[in-house]
Write a protein that binds this ligand. Structure first.
Ligand code: SF4
Length: 296
């Protein structure tokens, strides 16, 4: 719970505020950009929500904040935020909200499928979210993009009897049992609508998942940078190998997709042709050819 005594002075006057425990995960700025912005290396409320839509978005941010840094000094209907999640994006794909501190506030996603629902990375194991996912049919499979964003995977797997999928190169004993290991760097069909594409770089066993040839769940391999206005991968968080991550990015040119749905960073949606151009630019920049591309 946010504490009013820790209210950051950078917040504008009014009900909503961010306190000094913020870990700068960026979730609130993505969910409610009309109200939250970055000041220094933390978030603050730069404009109080006015419309019902803005208030709902601020409450969704409050619910999603992994460390409870967002508070309100007036009595509000918190169910508006709680009941928003999982939040539909498109075609059976949902954003889970309820980010976990152990995943540094990473995003996770739910895929509602006739043949069994899939969770991509792990949200907080929160009662309200468990009930909502149960009402949507529970979970058959939990796909883990890499070792860092696994949060409460064990609780989710136990609650729904779901099988977890992780690349063997990211496994350590702290995970406990994992039901299916992936190996190698070749694409691995998981179901008729889901492919695992190993993308070593950020970690040795990082994997992205392609759903229905439209939705690419990228973990921490790649995300949209609103400041740069481009798809982006960061050398500073390439814990295993930037060279390998660059190769992994190039291999993504073998696939068409329309959505990039990352763990950290912003989502991006564009026609497949524009997405391909974005990935090509990203590869060029990683290979040190970005000036050549711009000149051509
Ligand atoms: S969601 Fe919470 S921790 Fe993340 S940036 Fe916003 S206030 Fe900070």
């Amino acid at each position: 719970m946010a504490a009013i005594r820790k209210r950051r002075p950078e917040n504008v006057a009014g009900s909503f505020y961010v306190d000094s425990t913020c870990i700068d995960c960026d979730q609130c700025r993505q969910i409610a950009p009309a109200s939250f912005s970055q000041t220094g290396d933390q978030s603050a409320v730069f404009r109080q929500p006015v419309t019902p839509e803005e208030t709902r978005a601020a409450l969704e941010a409050l619910v999603t904040c992994p460390v409870g840094s967002i508070g309100s000094t007036t009595k509000l209907d918190f169910r508006l935020g709680l009941e928003s999640f999982p939040k539909p994006l498109e075609d059976g794909v949902y954003f889970c909200g309820f980010a976990a501190e152990s995943s540094f506030g990473a995003s996770s996603y739910l895929l509602v499928r006739p043949s069994g629902n899939v969770l991509v990375d792990s949200p907080r194991f929160a009662t309200q979210l468990v009930r909502r996912i149960e009402a949507l049919g529970g979970l058959q499979t939990i796909l883990l993009t890499h070792r860092d964003d696994v949060a409460d995977h064990a609780k989710w797997a136990e609650r729904f009897g779901a099988a977890r999928v992780l690349h063997r190169d990211d496994y350590s004993s702290r995970f406990g049992p994992i039901e299916r290991f992936l190996e190698g760097v070749e694409p691995i069909p998981l179901f008729d609508d889901l492919v695992a594409i190993p993308t070593p770089g950020h970690t040795r066993g990082h994997v992205v998942f392609l759903f229905r040839n439209r939705f690419l769940f990228t973990g921490d391999h790649m995300w949209w940078s609103p400041r740069r206005r481009q798809l982006y991968a960061s050398r500073s968080v390439s814990w295993y190998s930037w060279t390998e991550q660059t190769r992994s990015m190039r291999r993504l040119l073998d696939f068409d997709f329309e959505w990039v749905l990352p763990g950290h960073g912003w989502r991006f949606h564009a026609p497949a042709s524009e997405m391909r151009r974005q990935v090509e630019d990203c590869v060029a920049e990683m290979e040190g050819r970005s000036d050549a591309r711009r000149a051509s």
